[in-house]
Design a binder for this molecule. Structure first.
Ligand SMILES: [Zn+2]
Ligand SMILES: [Zn+2]
Length: 266
């Protein structure tokens, strides 16, 4: 299995990231991509990727941080991208969910920060890893503007949510779709109208990638606890069951899909 999206660079792994990474590889996880959400966590993702074989970095600025950016952040990001373990730009995108901690960040700022990262990804030919929460329409509007310039494949939407029409349009642009441990939760998430299992059913097997978003979104029966990349196996088992295929087949295809999006060269 491959975990294409986690945050071992976050505080909750400060003390035991080495153990967590080794345990995941021992359990048979083939590759892990650690994702930055601002410049310092991106820097940390690159440092970690340099330390371990089969650990990679995707670096970028999350919409939550669009209003607290340092000067020259995009130049700093571009410089970090020179590292050969960096396989994509992200997580970037837009987020209109009203979080208790930070509300909704100014939409214009979010858009500006997203657009700058799309342009950097096109310049450097690195795929995008997109974060979306309740902002599907705006994200598609922006991406459609770049339609003829997008890479092939252009990247992936991480932690997929939204409705079937949105999914169809995302697939139409060539993006791959990432699912996390929240697919094991019962019911529909607040503000959504479509079951994640219905999104899985509607996504071609050849376009699915697996992820954990560790330390968040631990799958059942670990819900509420700290998530780790090893649990990507549970995500895979769940998807295999929905798709009616063997875990081995699921593992093989989703690993191949990750290889198609990302250039894992070192
Ligand atoms: Zn995200
Ligand atoms: Zn994340």
């Amino acid at each position: 299995m491959v975990d294409v999206h986690c945050h071992l660079n976050f505080h909750s792994f400060e003390k035991d990231y080495d153990e967590v990474i080794k345990r995941a590889f021992n359990k048979g996880i083939k590759k892990i991509i650690n994702v930055g959400t601002k410049i310092d966590s991106s820097q940390k993702a690159v440092e970690l990727a340099e330390k371990y074989k089969n650990l990679y970095a995707i670096i970028g600025v999350h919409p939550h941080h669009a209003d607290k950016l340092e000067k020259d952040w995009i130049a700093k990001l571009e410089k970090l991208c020179k590292n050969s373990k960096v396989v994509g730009i992200g997580e970037c995108g837009m987020d209109f969910y009203r979080y208790k901690s930070n509300g909704i960040i100014d939409v214009k700022l979010q858009k500006d920060v997203f657009v700058k990262q799309i342009e950097l990804s096109l310049k450097l030919k690195l795929p995008l890893q997109i974060h979306n929460r309740h902002a599907g329409k705006e994200i598609l509007d922006i991406l459609s503007h770049y339609k003829s310039d997008l890479l092939n494949p252009p990247g992936m939407f991480h932690c997929m949510s939204g409705n079937l029409d949105f999914l169809k349009r995302v697939l139409g642009l060539g993006f791959y779709i990432g699912f996390d441990g929240n697919i094991t939760y019962k019911g529909i998430a607040p503000g959504e109208d479509t079951l994640l299992s219905d999104l899985i059913k509607a996504t071609p097997f050849t376009r699915i990638v697996t992820e954990t978003d560790s330390p968040f979104l631990a799958p059942v029966p670990f819900r509420g606890r700290r998530n780790t990349p090893s649990y990507v196996i549970i995500v895979g088992q769940f998807i295999a069951k929905i798709k009616g295929i063997s875990f081995e087949k699921l593992e093989e295809q989703t690993s191949l899909n990750a290889d198609r999006i990302f250039n894992f060269k070192s």
